[in-house]
Design a protein. Sequence first.
Length: 463
Amino acid sequence: MAGLFKKNGRARRIPEKLAQYDDEYLLYCVEKDRVETVLESTLHETDDPKEIIDVTLKTVCEFYGGDWAGVMDIDMDTCLWRPVCWFRAGGATDRTLYRLSGLEDAEVMPRWLESMHSAMPIVLTDTTEIMESNPAEFALYERLDARAILASPFSPAPTGFLVIRNPSRYLERPEALYIFAYVLHRALAQQNVMEREKIIEAMNPMEPTYDVYISFFRDLEIRTAGGTLTEQIINAPKTIQLVAYLLLKPERAHSPREIFEHLNPGEDFDGNTNAIRGSIYRFSNMYAKRTGQSARLIIREGSGYRRNPNLKITTDIEQFDLHLKAAEAVSGSAERIEELRKAVELYKGPVFMCGRDQLWLNDIVSQYEVRYIKAADALMRELAKQKDYAGVMQYAARAHELFPGNGLICYWLIMATYSLSGADMAKKEYFRLKDDMTQEEINVVTEHLKKNSLIRYEELFGV
């Protein structure tokens, strides 16, 4: 005799062969088929990977009755993870990034590492169950307000998890996660390819044939056609400093002792060869994995290490210098402005900012701070000649963010304000900026204001 099960509060008769299953399982199957059909229909209407990701995350979150669904990207070499996209149910304020501390340590989450290796889902119906057996993992769940977890691994490229936080139904039925995880994996892979293509297109046309592009201004970033490696991804300060040292000094190989003594002045070198070798090894593996490049960026030469001279490498520092040389060489004002614009826009901050206090780097940092201020000054002079005071204001404001107490830059801000808004506003700007300046810098401002024939100094200061 056929059994009964309830759907939407109504009893439905089912075939006798299905009567062996409980109502919850039958509802799960019916809902799973319905959701998969709707999702498939929706996905046929778009080929935008971001839209596919958004729709899939919303669907899986609602299917399992969770309050959050997202994709967790994990690097199995470094055991670091981070969320890359997510859906927050209920319209509440999203606190995902607030709850996290950037890259998180996966080593405190052994069940996740084992899940990735075994390709089996994670089903944790009550996170308090691991409070004593793994307090570090439980502390993470507490920070993330996760009382229950469902997760399904996927790999490779990208490698990660589809995660449901606080699911309220089908907690013992993770099978549907496989389908949703597969859809997300393919969409993320497509999105990564598209992002890499954008990087290639965005590369500066001055040198379209280089293998590697390295940014030093502010943060170290290494880009290739295959991917990007950043300080945040490396996430090892000593390794980052070592790599930056070798990349900024490419002219020859440097011995482990020389490297150590420059990076750790006053400390005993004894026994640190292996530490340097290990850092280079780990960096090389991460570089190959993240960029897809087989040729090493740092190579061993004799008894030392250096930047690979066989790769075609260009840096933002080299391009900055090239634009300044081009600005000096051209005769027309428009061409000069364009080259100066390109130079100052390359400068994002001090060379390798996280290592700016190291003695070996001081001269390089100071050299490019001076060059940037001179380039910005030259650019604003050219713009002022063209009466482009809005342009002066734009570049002066940006320069002021980088060097807030610099008198020359403050002068250009006041000059642009005077030209655009009049003496009263310029006077207010002067007193606003004055608080950040030393007396020496204030003198620089007043001297330039007095010399500018377009500015009536007495209007500003009543003298």
